[in-house]
Design a protein around this ligand. Structure first.
Ligand SMILES: *Cc1c(COP(=O)(O)O)cnc(C)c1O
Length: 403
């Protein structure tokens, strides 16, 4: 019996225990405690290979298998698969279900999505003969479905507005039409939300973010049933978006502390969000854990934690936001998220740089918008840093001695 499978009373171990142990080899005297790194592109076989040939591009390197099983255990899935990046995971998973064939050349997707995903739907998939209908209200899903629809696509919480779609309704539409539902749950992580438990077909992650957790690797991952994940694996073999063994090994190390890190991300972000909401220099705080968030009730019903991402709109618009970002000392600007270091970014320079001001406003990105990926530092230090950056600027100091 595997130590992560079942407790003595027959119930499943908790998520922290699964994060540490699940998917790894059974402990044996003399064997290393840590999964060895199989930094190799291929494996010896008999001259006539039997069974599954171990070739790293097939995603069957032992490091891939361990991380795939660990993610599956966390998501409550039968199987998991690691890929070269979040975008590789998305594109490969989508192309496992959709194609130019007239019977499956259409996707119905949430209108508000990560910028990279929007680019895929607006530019790259149409070039392959796949069109996407964006849905910007909860009622729109059903009406957007066509006979040639291949899949439904959702993201939650949304990067960077942290909106939460009406997930049970989307699941219900997917069920009624027997369509696969793919969900990017990068912001939530399996600690805060497990889409498969609610009826999704496939969970997708940018493992570059929280799963890795240390801003030191680029990776993607999916989890779902054996059949569905095998379908994605076959496409990964064809398109080649496999993850290098060393990055996979680092990802396993990061995932061991996922539950612990996410608990701290959740606690720090919730505390900062409440404090920021009362700050005179801040016009608006977007955080699903605040009662003021438009989807707060939904977040409470679906999520086990509200996450480490929060966004603020500072008074005074983009110039004021830029001034705040340049005055931060502990928090630094960088376009990624989900690591132990707190990072800030202004979407108008990063994820939404291609949009006009009007398009940004339509996407919920007001002037003065700053996204904060709250790290695991001491909350008091993060608060002090924000306090000094948000403070009114001291009147220009007089040079020379007074008097
Ligand atoms: C970063 C991100 C991606 C893309 O992941 P990469 O690892 O950068 O390819 C996809 N979805 C969301 C929500 C993200 O934040």
């Amino acid at each position: 019996m595997k130590r992560d499978d079942v407790r003595p009373d027959g119930t499943r171990p908790g998520l922290s225990t699964r994060a540490v142990h699940a998917g790894e080899a059974e402990p044996r005297a003399g064997e290393p405690v840590v999964t060895p790194l199989a930094q190799t592109s291929t494996f010896f076989t008999e001259p006539v290979p039997e069974g599954e040939v171990l070739y790293t591009r097939y995603g069957t390197n032992p490091n891939h298998l361990v991380v795939g099983r660990k993610l599956a255990a966390l998501e409550g899935a039968e199987a998991g698969l690691v890929l070269a990046s979040g975008m590789a995971a998305e594109a490969t998973a989508i192309l496992a279900f959709a194609g130019a064939a007239a019977s499956r050349n259409h996707i119905v997707a949430q209108a508000e999505l990560y910028g990279g995903t929007l680019g895929l739907f607006r530019h790259d998939l149409p070039a392959l003969g796949i069109e996407t209908t964006p849905v910007d209200d909860d009622e729109g899903w059903e009406a957007a479905i066509r006979p040639e629809t291949a899949l439904l696509y959702a993201e939650l919480p949304v990067n960077p507005t942290l909106r939460i779609p009406d997930f049970p309704r989307i699941v219900e539409v997917a069920r009624r039409h027997a369509l696969p539902l793919l969900v990017d749950a990068t912001f939530a992580t399996p600690i805060n939300f497990r889409p498969l438990e609610h009826g999704a077909t496939l969970t997708i992650h940018s493992a570059t973010k929280y799963l890795g957790g240390h801003s030191d690797l680029t990776a993607g991952a999916v989890a779902g049933s054996e059949v569905v994940v095998e379908r994605v694996r076959q496409k990964m073999k064809a398109f080649g978006g496999v993850l290098d063994p060393h990055a996979t090994w680092l990802l396993e190390r990061g995932m061991k502390t996922l539950a612990l890190r996410v608990e701290r991300h959740n606690a720090n972000a919730l505390a900062l969000a409440g404090w920021l909401e009362a700050h005179p220099a801040v016009g608006r705080v977007l955080y699903p854990g605040l009662p003021s968030h438009p989807d707060h009730e939904r977040a409470r019903a679906l999520l086990d934690g509200f996450g480490g991402m929060l966004s603020i709109v500072v008074r005074g618009g983009d110039d004021a936001a830029l001034r705040v970002c340049s005055r931060l000392k502990l928090m630094r600007a960088a376009p990624s998220l989900g690591g132990v270091d707190t990072l800030v970014s202004m979407p108008r320079f990063t994820s939404h740089v291609a949009l006009s001001r009007e398009q940004r406003h339509a996407a919920g990105i007001d002037d003065g918008f700053i996204r904060i990926s709250v790290g695991i530092e001491d909350e008091a230090d993060l608060r002090a840093d924000l306090a000094q950056a948000l403070a009114p600027e001291a009147p220009a100091g007089r040079s020379g001695t007074a008097g």
